[in-house]
Ligand binder design. Sequence first.
Ligand SMILES: Nc1nc2c(c(=O)[nH]1)N[C@H]1C(S)=C(S)[C@@H](COP(=O)(O)OP(=O)(O)OC[C@H]3O[C@@H](n4cnc5c(=O)[nH]c(N)nc54)[C@H](O)[C@@H]3O)O[C@H]1N2
Ligand SMILES: Nc1nc2c(c(=O)[nH]1)N[C@H]1C(S)=C(S)[C@@H](COP(=O)(O)OP(=O)(O)OC[C@H]3O[C@@H](n4cnc5c(=O)[nH]c(N)nc54)[C@H](O)[C@@H]3O)O[C@H]1N2
Ligand SMILES: [Mo]
Length: 765
Amino acid sequence: MTAKADGEDGEDLTVSAPKTWAAGVPAVRASMRYALHEMGPVRTARVLTALNQKDGLDCPSCAWPDPDHRTHAEFCENGAKAVSWEATTKVVDAEFFRRHSVADLESSSDHWLEAQGRLTEPMHLAAGDTHYRPVAWAEAFRLIGSALQALPDPNRAIFYTSGRASNEAAFLYQLMARRLGTNNLPDCSNMCHESSGVALSRSIGIGKGTVTLDDLTDHSELIVIVGQNPGTNHPRMLTALAKAKKRGARIVSVNPLTEAGLNRFKNPQRASGVIGRGTKLSDLHLPISVGGDQALFALVNQQLVAREAAAPGTVLDLDFLATHTAGLEEAQRTWAELDPRDLLAQTGLSADVVTAFVDETVRAKSITVCWAMGITQHRNGVAIIEEMTNYLLLRGNIGRPGAGVCPVRGHSNVQGDRTMGIFERMPETFLAALDDEFEITSPRAHGYDTVDAIRAMRDGHCDVFIGLGGNFAQATPDTAVTHRALRSIPFTAQVSTKLNRSHLVHGREALILPCLGRTDRDERASGPQGVTVEDSMGVVHLSRGRVNPVSAEQRSEVAIICGIAEATFGPTDTIPWADLREDYSLIRDRIARVVPGFDDFNARVAEPGGFHLPNGPRDERRFDTATGRANFRTSPPQAWDLPAGHLLMQTLRSHDQFNTTIYGLDDRYRGIHGGRMVVFLNSQDVADLGFTDGDLVDLISVHAGEERRAAGFRIVEYGTPRGSAAAYYPETNVLVPLDSVAAESNTPTSKSIVIRLEPHHPSET
Ligand SMILES: Nc1nc2c(c(=O)[nH]1)N[C@H]1C(S)=C(S)[C@@H](COP(=O)(O)OP(=O)(O)OC[C@H]3O[C@@H](n4cnc5c(=O)[nH]c(N)nc54)[C@H](O)[C@@H]3O)O[C@H]1N2
Ligand SMILES: Nc1nc2c(c(=O)[nH]1)N[C@H]1C(S)=C(S)[C@@H](COP(=O)(O)OP(=O)(O)OC[C@H]3O[C@@H](n4cnc5c(=O)[nH]c(N)nc54)[C@H](O)[C@@H]3O)O[C@H]1N2
Ligand SMILES: [Mo]
């Protein structure tokens, strides 16, 4: 049998009108279909009834928080897909790898690879071999341990983390890297909310959001949702938004696309959601041009200042500004120099809709701004977030009920991993506490983030790459460059639940280490273990797996890290890896002594629902910045000066994927069925460029005189502003230049790729 790729050539692709509402009965139907197909009835019942319950398991899909009063079915369609995908009974075992060579698997689609089931035993690919072959755990650990010991410099090792790792695993992983002597801890956050972390740390002194779920559901009078598609990526947020709407909150959405989930929500758990029209969510939609948000918020801030000048004391929160902020005068000078016509042109919006947004703003006593990848993955991602924070500061919308910043996180524990030290630049206070606790000397020189890690591999500076989850080969930018870089490394090891491209784009020698997932029961010598996670709003809670692992050979991430560490540092290391491996509460005791806010960790996390981490701006309007105040920071937005015939393209997620995990080939809300090779374009652009709807084109990105090509995309005329295109990730990552990054956060600019189109000639692919 040979591995097969499925019809991603677009042969089965059909396009229908986009949906105007999200969830409802089709969502329930889709959840159950996936669950029963992958898990069967018994596991389905066991997993879905525990999902997001207080004594249950944390959903491994997004980082949206859980409400205090939970329903029996506290999950969404995409959460159900995520757990079904993980708790599947299908397996990828030694026999599978015997049948399929690496070359054979390489020709398969990402969808096919992951759909084969769970990885069940450690596999080794010797240098020059054609097949992965089974290897005992002890031997696998010995191989990595020797590779790490043999390094001439610990900085020739790179330790990547994806945001599903638990707090316990993440803490031990960064400890292992620093004990070895490197801060090379790139993570998915570098490609995700890094811009939020950089901007918020400087503006308000904490790199996280400042609102709780209650703020949103019970207090915010205006919720502004910018660059985020919650209907697909954070579906449980729609329940919270519907609750807010019910008490009269207003919602403004800022997005090039009219996403179904921002428009109307039918809650499948209520009769009205099943038979009724559902809840209208967005009251005002701003169809902004891709990349126009900094200009929008600068324009709005200009107008707020102007309205204050016209009616002093009525628009701005002068007390708050005087007591808690710095830099307003300078910001005002910058705004005064900006030409409002230029700003408006950059947004692509009408003046009326911007005025309507300003009207909404001055009417609302409390405002929350939510955002995600539509903001962070631009070259000016940091500056946009600073300008959005200025917007909130002007009316004192931070640190009181219903008001604040809400960067909506991606992976279920990406925020917790950062808190645990997965960061190439942890502050001195953290490193000093870590050193004290474990009697080690952490290196102080900054390590590589994701983009720098790829550069280091490309330039021959890396000997060992370890991936704790994720799919480095596919999630990263500049696929061709990154693949070459990965292949040049002497040794790669991936700790994974499922087969993916990163196992096939490997170093000269490679290992696959199959781990337990969030749904799996984790038994250690001291009994069944739970792990902890931190959600997008800083709530830390426990998660326990519910189903029996499909293989006795799978190990927990904690056990795998401890195994690698023991093999590297020897059995007499000062860090008691073997003890930590058998009882995760011992890891939590250590975390409690190193990480601020985790005092009494074991006791507090045992409480149902867990506990809130302290948050200076939210709790007491305390801003731990250089000025001790919340800082206005502003810079002039730069217009894109695109050559004729070029468009700015964003890459986004379909409704049937979790990042590089492709569950299926439909994007129901956008009317795409049976394929993913589409490019969404404004109909006027299609005509101007001499194409028609349905044409097959190649996308060519243009950056610093270089061209990159992705071939064979079908044009779909869609409601996106002129000049703004969209296509799915990861198929388009080949177009994202490694050197095209956001200023200061080094985040790949996956939402602003300059492209042109050429007719597709099948013979050329
Ligand atoms: N089911 C599911 N859930 C997920 C994920 C998944 O893949 N599947 N991924 C998880 C992860 S890691 C993350 S980070 C989040 C991602 O969550 P999102 O950020 O919602 O994900 P994207 O699909 O990248 O959507 C970006 C949105 O921003 C809009 N946008 C693009 N460019 C601009 C712009 O210039 N300005 C404005 N205002 N809007 C713009 C797009 O139209 C789109 O609606 O979701 C998490 N949850
Ligand atoms: N062009 C473009 N590129 C992007 C983005 C974009 O919007 N556009 N988004 C970026 C963003 S926001 C992110 S977060 C990154 C995502 O980057 P990653 O986090 O690296 O990628 P994922 O696709 O989430 O990783 C999927 C793999 O994780 C493994 N896995 C799943 N669960 C577990 C687990 O519990 N433990 C372990 N050890 N492994 C597990 C499985 O083997 C699966 O194949 O991609 C980024 N890349
Ligand atoms: Mo993400």
